[in-house]
Design a protein around this ligand. Structure first.
Ligand SMILES: Cc1cc2nc3c(=O)[nH]c(=O)nc-3n(C[C@H](O)[C@H](O)[C@H](O)COP(=O)(O)OP(=O)(O)OC[C@H]3O[C@@H](n4cnc5c(N)ncnc54)[C@H](O)[C@@H]3O)c2cc1C
Length: 493
């Protein structure tokens, strides 16, 4: 019912917006005059949209941005719709290979994997949580032989991109004036307040987890939003650039192949657009920013990848590299569900109006709220666990979770169904530094065939140990006075 109402509301708002302002970023046909570009950026997601926008600030650069999906609509602006958009045309939906250590409760032990599709990519559908990696992550990259990637060297770029609107934050780590507005959570509901209060009781400090160190910090949440509206990279970086003559944005343009010359220099991109096969050539660079799954896919179909795998598929080798190895994802456990002993009283219309007029309320979050960082290892000074609340899990959220994660019908019926209609939340437990890594392979020489994705979650015993310790620590919430006072109980079935 909520989805239906949201859909109706969205249609109304979209009409209103289009009539007031005109469409957002549109594909153009200027390419007829330009066959050669200085830069071609393939994939207009979180990374690609920013790159294309920044490169085209120099009027001497002719930049082509290719995107397989379409433009955003106002629906994407409502953060909460991320929960439904990742089961729409705005997402690629892939299935993992059958998993040995995870994805149980899914048919054939295959997890669904969703990534963004369209201008803005993941940033147009995600949970809008603004959480940088920890300082230790970046310093670790730098120490492995990647100059320029330490946290102190990366920090100026985080700050430059940011337009901070937080109330309490550590000033050294933030800045105003950038394209991405960062706000505090605008939906301080009872669940989020209870989570933060209980965490403080348990000894964690409320503060800025994007500050000096996130270890032991709890927060209501910092979000990529401006007045409760999603801040996708399409809206923040491409929309202001859309009238530049030197930036050509082509939607519905699916890259098929990168072509190399005899010196192995990438010189053109083959792509399919509205049933036409087209070729764009480049003078300087082709930048592939198709995300963690489709980037290795495009490289491998183009002949850059592990030689044995490409040989298997008869793909002519350009360069043998370990493309597709070391796939890492922050595996999350969603089994700790809490509920209140009374019925949900969500009012979808009121929520819609509240968001539209004030940018507040449940629609202003991406379904995730309060965040907490801790370590299961007392001897380190960085976190290996992130906790986040998934709101409204048991009413509309329970069903959405089933849809989003491909939960098996019988599991859903036996575990979740009995709690439909009750108010409650899930404490998601995310592994920040998993040891288990997976691999992406291709099944054919076509980028239209879904990649073969072996997530390999929890294959390393250390990850299982860390997760068990994290679950035990999270269960301490149940013993907090705050949870007892509010009668928030762990669902035990
Ligand atoms: C449901 C969900 C929730 C998330 N929540 C959060 C969150 O709360 N906070 C957070 O920080 N991160 C979150 N993330 C992760 C974050 O959104 C991604 O890490 C980020 O968007 C990745 O950026 P990217 O540029 O690498 O790839 P993407 O943003 O995925 O962009 C890749 C783009 O390339 C395009 N593309 C792919 N193949 C081709 C091709 N062959 N030809 C042309 N175009 C192609 C895609 O359509 C896409 O637009 C979430 C992700 C998802 C899916």
């Amino acid at each position: 019912q909520l989805n239906y109402i949201l859909g109706k509301l969205g249609d109304e708002l979209r009409q209103l917006r289009l009539s007031l302002k005109g469409p957002s970023v549109q594909s153009t046909s200027l390419d007829k005059d330009i066959e050669e570009y200085d830069f071609i950026v393939v994939g207009a997601g979180s990374a690609g949209a920013v790159l294309a926008s920044r490169l085209s600030e120099n009027p001497n650069h002719k930049v082509l941005l290719l995107e397989a999906g379409t433009s955003e609509t106002i629906i994407n602006q409502i953060p909460y719709t991320g929960l439904t958009l990742f089961a729409s045309q705005y997402a690629w939906t892939y299935k993992s290979t059958p998993q040995a250590h995870s994805c149980f409760g899914r048919p054939n032990n295959q997890c669904y994997i969703r990534t963004g599709r369209g201008l803005g990519g993941g940033s147009a559908i995600n949970g809008i949580v603004y959480a940088r990696g920890n300082r230790a992550d970046f310093d670790n990259w730098a120490s492995k032989g990647n100059p320029g990637w330490s946290y102190e060297e990366i920090l100026p770029y985080f700050k430059k991109s940011e337009n901070v609107r937080l109330e309490n934050y550590e000033p050294y780590y933030h800045q105003a004036g950038g394209r991405l507005t960062i706000e505090d959570n605008r939906d301080l509901n009872i669940d989020t307040k209870a989570f933060v209060a209980a965490a403080k009781e348990l000894g964690y400090n409320q503060g800025d987890y994007n500050g000096n160190n996130s270890l032991g910090v709890v927060s209501h949440g910092q979000f990529f939003s401006k007045n409760g509206r999603r801040q996708s990279t399409s809206r923040t970086y491409l929309e202001p650039a859309r009238f530049r003559n030197n930036l050509i944005i082509k939607t519905n343009s699916h890259a098929l192949h990168i072509l190399f010359n005899s010196r192995k220099k990438a010189e053109s991109v083959l792509y399919k657009r509205e049933n036409r096969y087209l070729k764009a050539t480049v003078k300087k660079e082709i930048i592939i920013s198709c995300g963690a799954l489709n980037t290795p896919q495009l490289l491998m179909v183009s002949g850059i990848g592990p030689e044995p795998h490409l040989r298997e598929l008869g793909i002519p080798l350009v360069e043998s590299l370990k493309v597709g190895y070391n796939l890492m994802d922050h595996f999350a456990f969603i089994g700790l569900n809490f509920y209140y002993d009374h019925n949900a009283t969500q009012d979808a219309i009121k929520d819609g109006v509240n968001w539209f007029l004030h940018g507040n309320g449940s629609l202003s979050t991406g379904g995730l709220s309060g965040l907490l960082y801790f370590s299961t290892n007392n001897n380190v000074n960085y976190p290996n666990i992130e906790l986040a609340l998934i709101l409204t899990t048991f009413n509309t959220g329970g069903k959405l979770l089933k849809l989003a994660t491909n939960l098996d019908e019988t599991i859903y019926d036996s575990v979740w169904k009995q709690h439909e209609g009750k108010t409650g939340f899930t404490i998601l437990i995310g592994l920040l530094i998993p040891k288990s890594v997976g691999r992406v392979k291709i099944r054919s020489n076509s980028t239209f065939a879904p990649p073969i994705i072996d997530l390999n979650y929890l294959s390393e015993e250390e990850d299982v140990d860390t997760l068990i310790k994290a679950i035990r620590k999270t269960l301490e919430f149940s013993r907090s006075e705050t949870f007892k006072r509010l009668n928030i109980k762990l669902r035990e079935s």
